[in-house]
Design a protein around this ligand. Structure first.
Ligand SMILES: NC(=O)c1ccc[n+]([C@@H]2O[C@H](COP(=O)([O-])OP(=O)(O)OC[C@H]3O[C@@H](n4cnc5c(N)ncnc54)[C@H](O)[C@@H]3O)[C@@H](O)[C@H]2O)c1
Length: 346
């Protein structure tokens, strides 16, 4: 347990079991130095508790880095609910989770993530105030996450392909949920051609027929020849098995923790693939809920999210100059910002 915390730099782990609802949940806080720690709640089946622990601590680190590089007054955290095996009472489970969040008195603010829906967050909001992005506050993050993905893709295409628009380019999208489907529609509107894949083939088929796109099986997406691969499903999709199969020049998508291991950033680089660090690409959602909560206007939020592309362009350039991968460069900048905050606090 402590080794996992040390590896990711996370500082706190909170574990809770509620015998009435069957809730088994973990909250990992990476840092509260910049302010209350924010991060979504996943509700998934994990192969074992170690897998859940690794996921939640790595995701918490990503949230800290994302908040720091976005200049938000927040630290990073994450939570996971170990999805019960049999049938369960969803309303009671999420209300129990809200009570768990509430015990931390606002040091952790929860939000949406894979396996959790806006309706679930409405239940969380019944038992704690420390939840952002539910129906009640009208701060759905997904549309702004999409905007950030598009801004990132523009930056990557400019840097790697020397192109200023998407017309005639071909993208492969993995995962067609809230973000992936929206990204697909926007790219199709911009004149790109698409190959689509989702575990739910019904979803792939119907979006492909709506957009005049190709669809393929979930596993075949790694072999699709394209200008950009856009992971919008789950994490750990870029690893020693999948990277050699990729036939793309760019990877930029919303999924969290895309790299199996930190070293896989170098493997992508060695294969001539420009990797846009996931926690920068998908920062639009966090920017939306955090700035929305602090009273920013719609225009201010959109401008900030559109700035994600500029941040990435700077990272691509500086990484190239310093002989680092963009992922290492981004981590380095985020760690510098966190260290600066820590020095100021001392
Ligand atoms: N929604 C946001 O605002 C937001 C913000 C930041 C990060 N993210 C991350 O972006 C990713 C997508 O988010 P979302 O809100 O669209 O999630 P979602 O749950 O709505 O959609 C995910 C989709 O991926 C599909 N999928 C799962 N495993 C797959 C696989 N192996 N191959 C192909 N498809 C697969 C699912 O069937 C589903 O359609 C997640 O990793 C999430 O953590 C989302």
């Amino acid at each position: 347990m402590f080794a996992t915390l040390e590896q990711t730099g996370a500082t706190e782990l909170h574990v809770h079991r509620d015998p009435v609802t069957g809730l088994r949940a973990i909250i990992a806080i990476h840092s509260t130095l910049r302010g209350p720690a924010v991060g979504g709640c996943r509700c998934l089946h994990y192969p074992d508790e170690d897998a859940a622990l690794t996921d939640v601590t790595r995701l918490a680190r990503g949230m800290s880095y994302k908040a720091a590089l976005s200049g938000l007054p927040h630290g990073g955290a994450k939570s996971v609910i170990l999805r019960p095996d049999g049938p369960f009472d969803r309303v009671a489970l999420y209300q129990a989770f809200g009570r768990f969040v509430d015990t931390l008195g606002g040091r952790y603010i929860t939000a949406i993530d894979s396996g959790t829906e806006l309706d679930d967050l409405d239940q969380v909001a019944m038992t704690t105030d420390h939840v952002w992005g539910h129906h009640g506050d009208g701060l759905d993050p997904s549309p702004l996450t999409t905007l950030g993905v598009l801004s990132s893709l523009e930056a990557a295409v400019r840097h790697q392909l020397k192109r200023s628009n998407f017309r005639g380019l071909h993208f492969a999208i993995q995962g067609l949920g809230h973000v992936g489907a929206d990204v697909a529609r926007r790219l199709a509107d911009a004149g790109a051609s698409l190959t689509l894949a989702d575990l739910d083939t019904q979803r792939s088929q119907s979006l492909a027929s709506e957009l005049g796109a190709h669809w393929i099986s979930a596993d075949a997406i790694y072999d699709a020849s394209c200008d950009g691969f856009i992971p919008c499903a789950l994490g750990n999709v870029l690893n020693a098995n999948t990277i050699p199969r990729l036939r793309t020049r760019i990877v930029a998508g919303s999924a969290n923790n895309q790299l199996g291991r930190d070293q896989d950033a170098q493997l992508l680089h060695d294969h001539g693939i420009l990797y846009a660090p996931d926690y920068i690409v998908n920062a639009g959602g966090l920017i939306r809920v955090a700035m929305g909560h602090h009273g920013a206007t719609r225009d201010q939020i959109r401008r900030k999210v559109q700035g994600i592309g500029e941040t990435l362009s700077r990272i691509f350039r500086e990484a190239q100059q310093r002989g680092l991968t963009p992922a290492r460069m981004a981590d380095h900048l985020a760690e510098e910002r966190l260290q600066h905050t820590s020095d100021q606090a001392a």
